[in-house]
Design a protein around this ligand. Structure first.
Ligand code: URA
Length: 220
C-alpha cells in the first residue's frame, strides 16, 4: 500500500535485492544493466497482469483443449523514452514479441527541468485508439514532466487513459503526485518510491543518472 491510488510498487524480494546492486555507486555498467534486466521481468509481470485474453482451442499431441491467448483485437505498444528507457524495451519485446515499439525521444533541459522533444515514432492518428495498450518506459520518474508529456502524446490521440501504463524503476513522490493529478487513470508500476528530489531534479537516494550508468558515460 502507498498513498497514491494508481501506483503499484513491486517490492518483490528479487526487486529489492537488485535495487541494492544498482543503487551502489561502485556497480559497473555491465552489472548495472544486468540487475535492471532482472527487475524488468518483475515489473512487466505486474504491468501486464490485466491484458485481455480470448478463448481458443489447441490440439495437444493427445487431444483438443480449451486454452487462452492474448486478445487479437488489442495492439500492445511499447514506448521507451530515449535513452534510458531502452534498458526496459529489449526485455519487453522479448516477452511480447508481437508488440509494436514506438520510441519517444526527449531529454531534460537541466536548467528548467522540462523535457525537450527531438524524436517520436508515433503516427499522426491512431486507428481504433480504444484498442491500444500503451506501456511507456522510463527507469526514473523524477519531476514527472517527461512522463506527463509522453502520456499526453497518446492521450491526445484518444487512447483511453486507463489503457496507458507507465513503467519505472525508481519514482519520486513529487513526480508521482504530478502525474497522478494530471492523469489519475494512468497506472504507474515502479520498484521503489524514494524520498524526494534534490535541487537538480535528481531522485534521492536514487541511483544517479540512469542513462549515464546504463551506457557507461558517467564523467568523473
Ligand atoms: N533522471 C535520472 O537518470 N536520475 C534521476 O535521479 C532523475 C532523473
Amino acid at each position: 500500500m502507498n498513498k497514491f491510488s494508481n501506483v503499484y510498487v513491486v517490492n518483490h524480494p528479487l526487486c529489492c535485492h537488485n535495487l541494492s546492486i544498482i543503487r551502489n555507486k561502485d556497480t559497473n555498467a555491465e552489472v548495472f544493466r544486468n540487475a535492471i534486466r532482472r527487475i524488468t521481468y518483475l515489473l512487466f509481470y505486474k504491468a501486464t497482469e490485466d491484458l485481455e485474453l480470448e478463448d481458443i482451442i489447441v490440439e495437444t499431441p493427445l487431444e483438443a483443449c480449451k486454452s487462452k491467448i492474448l486478445s487479437k483485437k488489442k495492439e500492445i505498444i511499447i514506448a521507451p523514452i530515449l535513452r534510458a528507457g531502452l534498458i526496459f524495451s529489449d526485455i519487453a519485446n522479448e516477452i511480447m514479441p508481437y508488440a509494436t515499439v514506438r520510441h519517444i525521444g526527449m531529454y531534460r533541459d537541466e536548467d528548467t527541468l522540462t523535457p525537450v522533444w527531438y524524436y517520436n515514432k508515433i503516427p499522426v492518428e491512431f486507428e481504433h485508439p480504444e484498442d491500444k495498450i500503451i506501456l511507456i518506459l522510463d527507469p526514473m520518474l523524477a519531476t514527472g514532466n517527461s512522463a506527463i508529456d509522453a502520456i499526453k502524446l497518446f492521450a491526445n490521440k484518444k487512447v483511453p487513459h486507463n489503457n496507458i501504463r507507465f513503467v519505472s524503476l525508481i519514482s519520486a513522490p513529487e513526480g508521482l503526485s504530478k502525474v497522478q493529478s494530471a492523469y489519475p487513470d494512468v497506472k504507474i508500476i515502479t520498484a521503489s518510491i524514494d524520498d524526494c528530489l534534490n535541487e537538480h531534479g535528481y531522485i534521492r537516494p536514487g541511483l544517479g543518472d540512469a542513462g549515464d550508468r546504463i551506457f557507461n558515460t558517467v564523467e568523473n
